[in-house]
Design a protein around this ligand. Sequence first.
Ligand SMILES: *Cc1c(COP(=O)(O)O)cnc(C)c1O
Length: 398
Amino acid sequence: MTLAIFGGKPVRDTFLSYGKQYIDEEDIRHVVNILKSDYLTTGPSIKAFEDKVASYVDARYAVAVSNGTAALHTALYGCEVKEGDEVIVTPMTFAASSNAIMYLGAKPVFADIDPITYNIDPKDIERKITDRTTAIVTVDFAGLPADLEKILSLKEKYKLKVVEDAAHALGSEYKGKKVGSYADATTFSFHPVKPITTGEGGMITTNNLAIYQRMLSFRTHGITRERSQFCNRDEGPWYYEQQALGYNYRMTDIQAALGLSQMDKIDAFITKRRKVAQLYDEAFRELEGVITPYESQDTKSAYHIYVIRLDVNKIKTARREIYEALIAENIGVNVHYIPVYYHPYYRELGYQKGLCPYAEQVYETMLTLPLYPSMSDKDIDDVIKAVYKVIQYYLVSK
Ligand SMILES: *Cc1c(COP(=O)(O)O)cnc(C)c1O
């Protein structure tokens, strides 16, 4: 069969995107009910959504915010990260994980990844700790929880805070327990491609009351209405205080209503995502030239994305041509992620190529395949067929 990139017939006629939300009539009903109610924002749906997520991940407190990036900013503020601090972070992530450190005037210090799991390597974290280091931002890459046990032991040893960026990992498990209460603060994103969606949205969970209170105030301008916490004299029932510089990072009740309804489906979403991942694993295990994702006995990934790596010794072309050939077959592949410090903004700050060799090496050969809950059997089959068609064409041994 001629590859579509050379004018052959594509594996499918319509384009299959790499990720997509799942919205049903229940979701629509929940949102419409809010539109007809008294509260579009700061109403009862916010607390209900926070409670539902907190209870799902078994954390004491949760704070809903406007997006996953705001969640990271709020979490780091909650952990008292401040100007001049160094915060260790993985480069194998969306830029937001590092940008949030910059927002607070702190310095991102990139630690390399483990080339098997693609998660931050605790050994490299330890090498990069200095007396200015105050926190670590870990990312559960693709949904696979980071090496939390080792990271938490570094936290104890060096008296650091840990923020877990679980934008990919709502429902992921580490040692039999969902992520959400291992770190000082765990952040989630509800962007449409993430495990559940609210359009835009985010949340932070924590077991620490002080961090929770700092985050609540940060979400709304640094204002508190908690009378016991006032600095000045309580001037009356109308009185509130702005005690710090916060932001307007509030979520609307419209979003929270969608989130509440999506939470009813989270387990079904994860089951489907894991099923698709398993079908890919089985299909590609025998395919020369392709390296499938890692999963250990200790973890259960929510599979936000399915990332393969191309075995460069077995394939006679660069990732770019494989990428373009799969797009031509109408398979929406993607690349997660460009190492954060490759971006011109970070280059200008002085970060240079060579900083994290494994992240750079892995980046060269990664490819994200389509994965989302509403994929049909035919969609899954088309991805498998197209990967076989393209990879086998380019095999050295062929
Ligand atoms: C999506 C994502 C974010 C940002 O979330 P938004 O809701 O888009 O702001 C942060 N970190 C990671 C790893 C992400 O994938």
